[in-house]
Design a protein around this ligand. Sequence first.
Ligand SMILES: Nc1ncnc2c1ncn2[C@@H]1O[C@H](COP(=O)(O)OP(=O)(O)OP(=O)(O)O)[C@@H](O)[C@H]1O
Ligand SMILES: [Mg+2]
Length: 322
Amino acid sequence: MNPTFTLSLIAQSPVMQELLNQVDIAAGSDSSMLLVGETGVGKELFAEYIHKKSDRIQMPFVKVGLASLPAELLESELFGHEKGAYTGAGAEKKGLFELAEGGSIFLDDIDDFPIHLQSKLLRVLESRELMRVGGTASIPVNVRVICASKIDLKLLVDKNLFRSDLYYRINVVPVNIPPLRARREDIPLLVHHFLRRFITDRIVEVVPEAMHILESYDWPGNIRELRNVVQRMAIFANGSITPKSLPTEIHSAGTLESIMKACNRCLVEEKMTFDEVVNCLEMNLVKQALLKAEGNRSQAAKALNLSPSTFRDKLKKFNLED
Ligand SMILES: Nc1ncnc2c1ncn2[C@@H]1O[C@H](COP(=O)(O)OP(=O)(O)OP(=O)(O)O)[C@@H](O)[C@H]1O
Ligand SMILES: [Mg+2]
């Protein structure tokens, strides 16, 4: 049994609950996992979660940012080198795989892994032993590999930019972490979670209208963007967070351009029909007007320039009568 641990991973939405169930099972299996998702969705947090849920919890968790490591240093960083292996290699050096012995290695931005080194990585993963640069002896490797990518690696495989054998080796358990806009139920929880983290000396509430705007925003930078927005608001917040406290980029999300973008995405990506998209738009207008009017129907109808009876029909149509 693993010792218990705490890690603040907010995942209450049905889609995240289902994902977490699968990840929990796979975490204990020791297989390679590939985490795929847009920037800021929590790939690194998931990697730590997987490590801490595994039997390797007491052993090292080593993170490797492949996008920020120069290609010429990568081989010796990962696999180490012997003394005098190349100019400047004064002393022998253990690589990150050796430092992760018994634990997990997190290869972040694996899509940036140079093609000329991919065969060496594959050999290490398959043979479970490595050879340092300039070395002759094989060193046994017992490391669980967790990779992350912002793009679907299969696309790179199809373009011959990523070896397919390596792709299948690291993609034993694929984990697609959905963007925040696909799990909006988590937004209020995340907002409160970060508010509690950034404001410890007073209680600050978020008024419903402000929360509604936060829930409607598309969060292209996902949870990292939400965290930064809450952190910024926390500095100035006094008592309550109102729509006025929100940054302009979140406000302007309600502009026609962003509404059109959202509708287009529903049509193209979500494959909704034209009528479904129009209905969704209509329902959101009605809901928003009701929220703004704090539930007062005649005020909400007025705000939409609708007669009370037409407004009532809309409420009925969208099951919003209660
Ligand atoms: N489900 C979550 N619950 C709470 N905090 C989260 C959650 N997901 C992500 N975060 C937080 O959001 C921030 C971004 O997460 P993380 O760095 O793991 O994203 P990432 O997918 O690795 O991003 P990038 O692709 O840009 O490297 C971190 O501060 C992380 O702790
Ligand atoms: Mg990351």
